[in-house]
Ligand binder design. Sequence first.
Ligand code: FAD
Ligand code: ZN
Length: 468
Amino acid sequence: MSLIANLRDTVGASNVLTEGDLTAWEQDWRRRWRGKALAVVRPGSTAEVAAVVRACAAHGTAIVPQGGNTGLVGGGVPDGSGTQVLLSLQRMNRVRAVDAANLTITAEAGCVLQAVQQAARDQGLWFPLSLAAEGSCTLGGNLATNAGGTQVLRFGNARNLCLGLEVVTPQGEVWDGLTGLRKDNTGYDLRDLYVGSEGTLGVITGATMTLHPQPAAVTTAMAACASVADCVALLNLARARLGPTLTGFEMMGAFALELVARHFPALPRPLPGAAWTVLLEQSALDPEATARERFEALLGEALEAGAITDASVAGSLAQSHAMWHVRESIPLAQSEEGLNIKHDIALPVSAIPEFVASTDAALARHVPGVRLVNFGHLGDGNLHYNVQAPAGVDAACFLAEEEDAVNRIVYDAVCARGGSISAEHGVGVLKVDELVARKPAVALGLMGRIKAALDPQRVMNPGRVLAG
Ligand code: FAD
Ligand code: ZN
C-alpha cells in the first residue's frame, strides 16, 4: 500500500491533506520559510500518532511535528522537497485531567496554551507559562522548544513546569511517562531529554504540568530608565524589595515602542520619551492594597536612588492588560515593519549593560543608521536583540547582504561574555550552522550520539537542531 493510502486508512481521508492551500502549515509565522509537504496529517489520538510514525518509518519518510506553528526558528515547517510528512498535533487538544490536590494538569500536546491556562483557572489554580503567542501555540510546541516567556523569573521555563511526558518514539512506540511526581530518581531523565528536542527525537503527545495557587493580587507598573544599567539597578532593587512576588520584569527600548506606536496607534503610549521602559509585575498572595503599597514604596525608593525617572502603577485590571498589550505587541509591530535579523540571546544580567553599549556601537559602525529593536526578559538575562534595516533600505536586501556579518558581530559579543545564542526560541533550521560553530565539540558529539541512538533512521525532523 502507498504511504498516503496507509495514512488515510489510519487517520481518515479528511485528515490527510495533499492539495489545496496548505500555507497555514507550510509557511512559518515570520513568513521566512516556506516549504512543501508530501501531506499534512492530523491524527486525533496517541495511538493514531504512533501508527502514522510507524507508517512513515516503514517508508523511510521524514516527519516534521507541528503544533501551533508559532515557532521563530523555522523548525516546524517542512523543507521544499515535497517528501516530508507534516504531522500536526492540532486535533489532540483535550485536557485529560486536573488534579487539584496534587497541583497538576495533564493535557494533550495540541492543547493551545491559553486553554491549559483556562482549565487551571477553572479550578481556582494557575498555570504560569505565558507568552505573546499563547492564543495559538500549543503545550507540545512549548515543551519541544522549552519555551520561556514572561514568568520565567519566578517559575522557570517550560522544562521547570513539566513533571511527565507521553512520547511517540521514532519507531512508533508509545512511552507513557505521564507522572505527577515531584521526585522520581529512577535512572536517566528521559523527560528532560525530550524537553527542548524540537521534534528531533520523537513526538510529544501529552504532558503533566505543575500548577500553582492563584495569586490574590496581580499588579503591574511601568518605569522609565535612562540607561540599561539603571534597568539592572531597578531589577536588583525589585528582587530585594518584592522577593518571590516579583513575577515579571520586561525591558523595552525606545525604538521597539516607537514601532508599536507606529503600527498600533490605538494602543496607549506609556511614559513617552523614555530611553528604556521597564514593565514590572507583582503576583502576591496578600491583599491588593498591601501589594500596591509595596510596589509604590519600591518605585519611590528607585526614584530617589536615581534608577528611574518616572513610573506609573496600573490602577485597574484594564490598565494592567493595556501595559502587557503594549509589551506583547512588539514582535507583531516588528513583523509589520518588515523582515529583520532576530537574536534571542542570553547573558549574565551583570554583563548586559556593557554588552548593549559595545554591540550597539559595533553595529552602528558596520551599518550606519541601523535600527535596533532591543527588548526582552531582562530578569532572565534574555534579550530579543533584533536588527532592522536603516530607514528606507529594503528589508530583504538588507537581510541578504548583512545577515552573516551582523550575526558574527552579535554572536561573537555574546559568546565572549559567556552567553547563549538561543535563550528560548531554539535552534530549528535558523541556527544549525551557528550551533556547529559555537557549541563545544564534545557536547555536539554527545548530541549526535543521542540522535543516532534514538533515531538511527533519521526520520524525526531531520536537519533541525543537528546538521545532516
Ligand atoms: P511549533 O511552531 O508548531 O513548533 C516548534 C518546534 O517544536 C518545531 O521544531 C516542531 O517540530 C516542534 N514541535 C511542535 N510540537 C511538537 C510535538 N508535539 N512534539 C515534538 N515536537 C514538536 N517563545 C518563547 O519561548 N518565549 C516567548 O516569549 C515567545 N514569544 C513569542 C511571541 C510571538 C508573537 C510568537 C509568534 C512566538 C513567540 N515565541 C516565544 C516562540 C513560540 O511561540 C514558542 O516557541 C512556542 O512554544 C511554539 O509552540 P508551537 O505550538 O507554535 O510550536
Ligand atoms: Zn521572549
